[in-house]
Design a protein around this ligand. Structure first.
Ligand code: 2PG
Ligand code: MG
Length: 425
């Protein structure tokens, strides 16, 4: 069996033009694989810590310390190890850091190594990365999953922290539920995206895009955003509700203050009960099948109200609420908050912990959605993760911009190479 020969990291740029960590692992048989880690903007307060330099270079946003931690601290401890021992390697990384939130070495450093080892290990056993993820899921949890192609959730209109407009809700997504396969899902989404662009142009609204490739016009209200999307679905000769449903990521922690949800774009502030009513009205009036972070990450009673109100008819996804953290998620499950979890591996820091959180979702009837971050690179690891674990849903931005389409394009290739895989419905 081959052994790890070298681990090397450098600073590269992400889709916002800010530094992130790239890492490459080589084995003694010269197989090599690399990854780049993503970075969030609307981050949950309890996420693992992304180590930034805080010095003058890159406005304090450099990641040279995280890079040095890989090259000087992590690397010497892993040379000579078996790359197939993913769980052992991740446990070693966790104890080498020694903190709850990986603030010592940095979750960006730890994740880069964890993922790069996964990638090179897949090569070592001559498996596709998605099959290898399925294999390590079983190795780590003892459970077997069926792989499939995920239903994509495409963010075509951006607001909140991801755009410089007046829209409070961060993401307005389309879900091509009625598509027969992944190709068709992407074709429909691209057509809707282009028709939305044409509609915005006709009305002299901005067609410049936000961080995730969705349009970012100034509008009167969140509802206007929904209506524009419905028009673009119609213009694409598709049926809203049947072919396409809608999803929102409110990222509500960003506009929750002193017990109220401040919809500044609409000039009103609502208490948790009123905000739950507001979301219920949207679900009643529009074909919305999923709402993420409909309440603030610490507003558990608000989450409870929302779940009781609409949890039976709408997917309610915890992102900032659960931060891919098994312990925090378990408490949320016990409290009955939401019915789905957003999975972002950089919120927790290793692939083993990510898999354990997905396993917890699976055994508690919560859905898992594998997600990108608003700061991305051309790395496509999440596409393989989603397929191999049969998660069934992926959220990775608009059908536009290379940092977003690279993930969809990888899935198109997987579909081509694995005709037995079905699109998850
Ligand atoms: C989210 C993500 C990704 P960020 O809130 O779900 O869309 O945004 O990476 O900025 O946390
Ligand atoms: Mg979110």
């Amino acid at each position: 069996m081959s052994k790890i020969k070298s681990i090397q990291a450098i600073q590269v740029l992400d889709s916002r033009g800010l530094p992130t960590v790239a890492c490459r692992v080589s084995l003694d048989n010269n197989l090599t694989a690399g990854v780049m880690v993503p970075s969030g903007a609307s981050t949950g307060a309890k996420e693992a810590l992304e180590l930034r330099d805080g010095e003058t270079a890159f406005m304090g946003k450099g990641v040279q310390k995280a890079v040095d931690n890989i090259n000087k601290v992590i690397s010497p401890t892993l040379i000579g190890h078996n790359p197939l021992d993913q769980k052992k390697i991740d446990e070693h990384l966790i104890s080498l850091d020694g903190t709850e939130d990986k603030s010592n070495i940095g979750a960006n450093a730890v994740l880069a190594v964890s993922l790069a080892i996964c990638r090179v290990a897949a090569k070592e056993v001559d498996k596709s990365l998605h099959s290898y993820f399925g294999y390590i899921y079983t190795d780590i949890t003892g459970n077997i999953l069926s792989p499939n192609l995920p239903m994509p959730m495409l963010n075509i209109l951006n607001g909140g922290e991801h755009a410089d407009n007046n829209i409070d809700i961060q993401e307005f997504m389309i879900i091509p539920k009625g598509a027969k396969d992944f190709k068709e899902a992407i074709r429909w989404s691209s057509e809707i995206y282009w028709n939305l662009k044409a509609i915005l142009k006709e009305r002299n609204l901005s067609t410049s895009v936000g961080d995730e490739g969705g349009f970012a016009p100034n509008l009167e209200s969140n509802e206007e955003a929904i209506q524009l999307i419905l028009e673009s679905i119609q213009k694409s000769n598709l049926n809203a509700g049947e072919d396409i449903t809608l999803a929102l990521d409110c990222a509500a922690s960003e506009f929750y203050k002193d017990g109220k949800y401040h919809l500044s774009g609409e000039g009103r502030s609502l208490n948790p009960g009123e905000f739950a009513d507001y979301l219920e009205d949207l679900v009643e009036n529009y074909p919305i099948s999923s709402i993420e972070d409909g309440m603030d990450e610490n507003d558990y009673s608000g989450w409870k109200i929302l779940t009781e109100k609409i949890g039976s008819k709408c997917q309610l996804v915890g992102d900032d609420l659960f931060v891919t953290n098994k312990k925090i998620f378990k408490e949320g499950i016990e409290k009955g908050l939401g019915n789905a979890i957003l999975i972002k591996f950089n919120q927790i820091g290793t692939i083993t912990e990510t898999i354990e959180t997905i396993n917890l979702a699976n055994s508690n009837n919560y859905k898992s959605i594998i997600s990108h971050r608003s700061g991305e690179t051309e790395d496509t690891t999440i596409s393989d993760l989603c397929v191999g674990l049969g998660a069934g849903q992926i959220k990775t931005g608009a059908p536009c911009r290379s940092d977003r389409v690279s993930k969809y394009n990888r899935l198109l290739w997987i579909e081509e190479e694995c005709p037995d895989l079905e699109l998850s419905k």
